[in-house]
Design a protein around this ligand. Sequence first.
Ligand code: NAD
Length: 498
Amino acid sequence: MKTITHWIGGKPVEGTSGRFGPVYDPATGAQDKQVAFATTDEVDDAVAAAKAAFESWGTASLAKRTAVLFKYRELLDARRDEIAALITAEHGKVHSDALGEVARGMEIVELACSIPQLLKGELSTQVSTRVDVSSIRQPLGVVAGITPFNFPAMVPMWMFPVAIACGNTFVLKPSEKDPSASYRLAELASEAGLPDGVLNVVQGDKVAVDRLLEHPDIAAVSFVGSTPIAKYIQMKGIEHGKRVQALGGAKNHMLVLPDADLDFAADQAINAAYGSAGERCMAVSVVVAVGDTGDELVGKIAERAKGLKIGPGTDPASEMGPLITREHRDKVASYVSGAAAQGAEVVVDGTGYSVEGHEDGFFLGVSLLDKVPVAADAYQDEIFGPVLCVVRADTYDDAIKLINGSRWGNGTAIFTRDGGAARRFQLEVQAGMVGVNVPIPVPVGYHSFGGWKDSLFGDHHIYGNDGIAFYTQGKVITTRWPDPADSGGINLGFPSNS
Ligand code: NAD
């Protein structure tokens, strides 16, 4: 069985804990790999390597940093297929979707290539006689990232390219469920010329995460994952004096007004609800049908849902792959029967679905639930699977009240031809990312990504300008070059400008 190791100080490290996590091929259900779980000593080794590397990387010229990042971007471009294949093998998503993930991750590397522009400071001359003031931003030191299973390449790339472009060094703790993509990203960074120790990967579980949160040499922690763990990371990180950004779970609503193009809305609902088997934090999991749109819209979504091709991610004909584990698949399926018992109408039932020749794979068909009561678990919980809930609302006002009543506020979208309604929605809805006729409004790399409420804990969104702010600290320098003829003499008063 293949063992996936750590990457510390620019080389593979086997690990000594004797503890391993299973890594499955979700399309077959077979376990053909395991991942080493780090000990606290191994985490300390990674932090020590990063701390040593910071000595020179933290002051490396912008020219040197960007030369590596440009080369890295080229290597990733050449290896898109290979990285996507690693994602499909361990996560299960279809190859085209995995390629999309790699492309969106590369956007952040491209952003990081523009770091000289992004890190430019400010200068005010002659704020007082012969006095100038400049503001600069400097790296924090060693920073850590802890990432979820659902985007094993893209989410790490939301973090480390920006962090290292700013001059920090990085320790990444990827998801233990699909760790190979992160490992390969670190190997390729070395190949691009990133000095040893600037980017390290420690594989593992809570033991590794807790050590990163407690380690005195870690200055900041970026986390992406479920809400309960995000809350835990924020509290524990702050307790240990760290800067923390912790992105959590979601329940993203798509509001459809009666004037919307319902065929377009149905297509987009299908793509956003069932793409990547619903295992996206920006998946649409609730459609709010306003006025009399409900019956027609549900009919159109159901018709499309029944035609989806579900199969192994390696089959180019597959539109949707399996779920991440057998346990998760079964938990998702339980929401469908649970919703029926709690008053929802099951319009399409994907439970019990299996793929010929892949009976042990973690496959689930797609489900569509209509008239889901707000109190039902299927509405209240983040299901994180191919289950779309439809809720009916009489008016726009009822719909926005429902959305704003959700404890999450990651993404949301409105489908309409009415510019006035869309404008109201943008201003009134309580979520961090809003789409107007765009169901998955994941911001481009040069804007920042982040939710509100239980979808993000901390003060900064991730990547874009917020990413630069998160991974740097400000410094303001006040400079005077006195003229010997005008020394000012002794004055114990508070400095004032003149
Ligand atoms: P998860 O919270 O279970 O795991 C995320 C990371 O935390 C992993 O590296 C894991 O090893 C670690 N972890 C898990 N339990 C821990 C514990 N008790 N103590 C310390 N560390 C622990 O999340 P997941 O299942 O891998 O990913 C799916 C979740 O991530 C969903 O809730 C999804 O919405 C969310 N997500 C959010 C975003 C976003 O941008 N807001 C993006 C992607 C995924």
